[in-house]
Design a protein around this ligand. Structure first.
Ligand code: BGC
Length: 365
């Protein structure tokens, strides 16, 4: 009897060892996010992992600290660990060498939120309608300043995103397309550098925010206030995302001309960050564009699942199109971004449970 029990135990232990051995055999999906100084990527990373695990995949998330060399090492590490698929939002085209390495290993790549430019080593791109983000920002300025009925000139300063992020040009294009008729009519005047199109990369450099770093935007706004914008009272500032928007508001509030909420220019944003929800409720930032990363992450993992199972992808809630990397067209899925102002912030961001009650307590909701 004792012998039977011992044999049974040995078999049981061997079984457990085999099972855990299988489980440790590697990661299925590598998730390479670009940075943490913009809050959304932390949510994106967590939601991607959660969705992957819900479908039975193992997944690991890394953050590149806006440093492409660092992200390349993280991706090399994913390749070594034998991942089958990598979801990546890159920092710049310095990523292309590791994308080629991944392709050689037969690893599938999904370009996430940001398009991987100048590469032919991947086939899929999942993002929000980028131009619409800019359209919503531009239209919000038109509405807030009532430009259709304005009888005197209003003044605006322009900010762009990181010049190494392809998205930044689409955001700018969307905004400029709707603002241009008012600029042409002279009812809106640009103070400071003005890239006439999103393809004017040289002038775009002058309005850009390197690495999407808010401190860079704050410095630039401070310089504008004592330089190009010294003799004007600004009515609006086009800001590409929330951290940049808040940096602009902070710089303005330190200037006697704009030192109360009522005197602040109309400032735009993007991402629906918690600190910006507070700014919107207080009337410091006029709007944000909400891009629900829960939806983007879910759609991305649905796509990953189809690719890994060699099925035809069918991604509900997206519009299918193609984007060009300068090397090839890639199949692209677009989600819909949503305008958020003081009027609907509660409904869109808070009631949908985007922030937990604990997080909301920190802004007194
Ligand atoms: C994203 C934005 C984000 C920015 C800075 C862009 O590529 O689309 O949502 O605010 O990067 O991280």
């Amino acid at each position: 009897m004792k012998k039977v029990l011992v044999t049974y135990l040995i078999l049981l232990l061997a079984g457990v060892a085999l099972f855990t051995g299988c489980q440790k055999s590697g990661i299925d999906i590598g998730i390479a996010m670009p940075e943490t100084h913009v809050a959304r990527w932390v949510t994106d990373g967590a939601k991607l992992k959660e969705n992957a695990e819900a479908l039975g995949y193992t997944a690991e998330v890394t953050f590149g600290d806006a440093d492409q060399t660092k992200q390349n090492k993280q991706i090399q590490d994913f390749i070594t660990k034998g991942v089958k698929l990598i979801v990546v939002a890159s920092i710049n085209t310095g990523i292309n060498t590791v994308l080629a390495d991944a392709k050689k290993e037969g690893i599938e790549i999904i370009s996430y939120d940001r398009l991987l430019m100048d590469s032919g080593d991947f086939n899929y791109y999942m993002t929000f309608n980028l131009e619409k983000v800019g359209t919503l920002q531009g239209q919000a300025i038109i509405d807030a300043l009532d430009l259709d009925n304005a009888t005197e000139t209003k003044y605006i300063t322009l900010f762009g995103g990181s010049p190494t992020d392809n998205n930044a040009y689409f955001f700018y294009k969307g905004a400029l397309d709707v603002l241009r008729p008012y600029i042409d009519k002279g009812i809106l005047q640009v103070v400071g550098p003005f890239p006439k199109t999103h393809t004017d990369k040289e002038t775009f450099q002058q309005i850009a925010t390197p690495g999407w770093r808010a401190e860079e935007a704050k410095k630039r706004m401070e310089n504008l206030l004592t330089g190009d914008a010294k003799d004007y009272v600004l009515d609006a500032v086009l800001a590409p995302n929330d951290p940049v928007g808040r940096a602009i508001v902070e710089a303005c509030m330190n200037d006697a001309k704009y030192d109360s909420i009522a005197k602040l220019p109309v400032v735009t944003g993007q991402d629906g960050e918690l600190a910006t929800v507070q700014y919107i409720l207080e009337g410091k930032q006029y709007m944000t564009v909400f891009k629900d990363s829960r939806e983007l992450a879910k759609a991305t993992i649905q796509l990953a699942d189809a690719i890994l199972k060699k099925k035809t992808p069918n991604i509900p809630g997206t519009v299918k199109t193609t984007f060009n990397t300068n090397v090839k067209d890639v199949t692209t899925y677009l989600l819909d971004p949503v305008l958020v102002t003081k009027d609907n912030v509660k409904k869109i961001i808070i009631d949908s449970g985007y922030y937990t009650p604990e997080e909301l307590k920190t802004i007194g909701q």
